[in-house]
Design a protein around this ligand. Structure first.
Ligand code: 13P
Length: 288
């Protein structure tokens, strides 16, 4: 069942209150979409599917033609509506107002405006503009304050409590991504998570906190982050690795590897890996 922004808010509020988290997994094609949704369906818990702004011709992640993007968008919506579990469709890291509006038009429940590399004032102004449009359409907005690095090896700059309070108050966002020691993609050195900062941010801000760069963290690191206040965990790279490794195994020693069998092996492994993480995050069914 494809839910609306108000219902997404209900799920996130419940998670925040009961201290569990929802994993936000990235779909880039029908196989990854299926892996995420079947994982949630087998556990009977809400699913959070993230996509990028696949209409953006400037995005380095863009692998679609405009027609391809339109078809994929419709396939996602149809599949989400057919699901027996609540499905949140979320637009991940979008740097522009236009990109967020495209997500709203497509029927996504929430969009992320990522202006975290800008000054606090510019970040607030752009996020507030997206919030005004999104809230008129019952769509939630995630913003980011403090920048989660996009590659390994950067010194972590933790989100400051005062800047986060100003950002949330000034922008009116519904979810707040914070920098607490993770990076996107692979780690060159051991991540140093600042649990104390997570707890301080939870105390100071009364909306759900989001952690990006979930790949590569240990079970204990996830549990402590959630205990201290993280509610949404973005998780992408290692799901791709889990599926990719299974594909490598499935072709090994085979003279005639079958396309359908190989792809299915990757999808199943990705699904199992996602399920395992949904369980680590303690994701619960929510009555809407
Ligand atoms: P990872 O690829 O490091 O799991 O990060 C995903 C993410 O944060 C997407 O927004």
């Amino acid at each position: 069942m494809l839910i609306n922004g108000r219902q997404e808010k209900q799920i996130l509020a419940k998670a925040r209150e009961d201290r569990w988290a929802i994993g936000a997994f990235n779909a880039f094609d029908l196989n990854s979409l299926e892996a995420i949704l079947t994982a949630a369906e087998e556990l009977g818990v809400p699913a959070l599917v993230q996509t990028w702004d696949f209409y953006n011709p400037d995005s380095e992640r863009n692998s679609f033609t405009e027609a391809g993007a339109r078809i994929f968008e419709k396939q996602i919506i149809l599949r989400a509506k057919e699901s027996p579990v609540p499905v949140i469709l979320h637009l991940d890291h979008t740097p522009s107002y236009a990109g967020c509006v495209r997500g709203i038009r497509a029927g996504w429940n929430s969009v992320m405006i990522d202006a975290s590399a800008k000054s606090l004032e510019e970040n607030i102004a752009l996020s507030a503009k997206v919030v005004e449009a999104a809230h008129a359409c019952d769509v939630l907005v995630e913003g980011e304050i403090g920048h989660v690095a996009g590659y390994s090896g950067l010194d972590t700059i933790y989100t400051g409590v005062d800047e986060a309070v100003s950002y949330v108050k000034g922008s009116g966002v519904d979810l707040c991504a914070v920098s607490v020691g993770t990076v996107h993609g692979f780690y060159a050195t051991e991540p140093k998570l600042n649990y104390e900062r997570i707890a301080e941010l939870r105390e100071a801000i009364d909306i759900p906190l989001v952690m990006h760069g979930g790949s590569g963290l240990s079970e204990e690191q996830f549990r402590k982050s959630i205990e201290n206040g993280i509610v949404k965990i973005n998780f992408a790279t290692y799901v791709q690795i889990a599926g990719g490794k299974a594909i490598v195994e499935a072709v090994q020693g085979k003279e005639r590897p079958m396309f359908n069998t190989v792809v299915k092996a990757g999808q199943d492994a990705a699904k199992d890996f996602i399920k395992m993480h949904m369980q680590i995050f303690g994701t619960q069914p929510v009555k809407l």
